[in-house]
Design a protein around this ligand. Structure first.
Ligand code: FES
Length: 241
């Protein structure tokens, strides 16, 4: 069956503004949108630019907007879209560098601010750290994040405030401070107790809706708010004479 792929094109060196280009293509019945895009590039226009690597929903590099829904191109089957007209656009909230290829720097910079690694100077026990099941349950879903930026690009707060850390970074911080191996002190991550941190979230849950790995970043943000509330109380009582 023939499909019309309407793909947003933009080359800042040639184009005044982004525009759609149509490609007629006949994908194999089981093809993903990623496979269709690769065929279009290989057979019709080698200048079509987009990111991908693993093709297995692991690396997080192929996120785009397909028929208005933010997702991974390698995860979305063409047939499952239920239409022969497929519109593909780059992730919003991030500057287009070329076609579907966006500048991910704001996303990485937000992530860097929360120091996204376990803070623990101690020796690793001979049999590794043990984490009990109840603790693991609290963070398990957040470990599945592949940093694709779907949540960041769907977030209405990130779209209007470039300072906002965004759902992925805040959920990652929750995952880390909740991890019993992480020894960072509240004072070292207290900066997220701010409008551009956890209190910036509008709780519209777009991030939960679009995550292709079924992570619920907004749940992490709300849990972080509770953690901050408790930490602030402890801080106040500690200061009392
Ligand atoms: Fe790696 Fe799609 S190519 S997630």
């Amino acid at each position: 069956m023939k499909y019309i792929f309407k793909i947003l094109r933009y080359d800042p060196e040639k184009d005044e503004k982004p525009h759609f280009q149509e490609f007629i293509h006949e994908p194999c019945p089981a093809d993903t949108v990623m496979e269709a895009m690769k065929d279009i590039r290989d057979q019709q226009d080698p200048t079509l630019s987009f990111r991908y690597s693993c093709r297995e929903a692991i690396c997080g590099s192929c996120a785009v907007v397909i028929n208005g829904h933010t997702t991974l191109a390698c995860l979305q089957s063409v047939a499952a879209l239920g239409t022969t007209e497929i519109v593909i656009e780059p992730l919003p909230n991030l500057e287009i560098q070329k076609d579907l290829y966006v500048d991910m720097d704001p996303f990485w910079e937000a992530l860097e601010k929360i120091e996204p690694y376990i803070h623990n100077e101690g020796e690793v026990p001979e049999n590794g750290h043990e984490i009990d099941e109840a603790e693991m349950d609290k963070i398990y879903q957040f470990i599945s994040c592949i940093l694709c930026a779907c949540c960041y690009s769907a977030c209405p707060v990130a779209s209007r405030d470039g300072r906002y850390l965004g759902p992925a970074a805040l959920a990652k911080l929750y995952r880390l401070v909740q991890d019993p191996r992480d020894q960072r002190d509240y004072t070292s991550w207290r900066q997220v107790n701010a409008e551009d941190g956890v209190w910036g979230c509008d709780t519209v849950f777009k991030c939960n809706d679009v995550c292709p790995k079924e992570v619920r970043p907004a749940d992490g943000i709300l849990a972080l708010r509770r953690k901050i509330f408790v930490s602030e109380l402890k801080h106040i009582f500690k200061r009392k004479p």
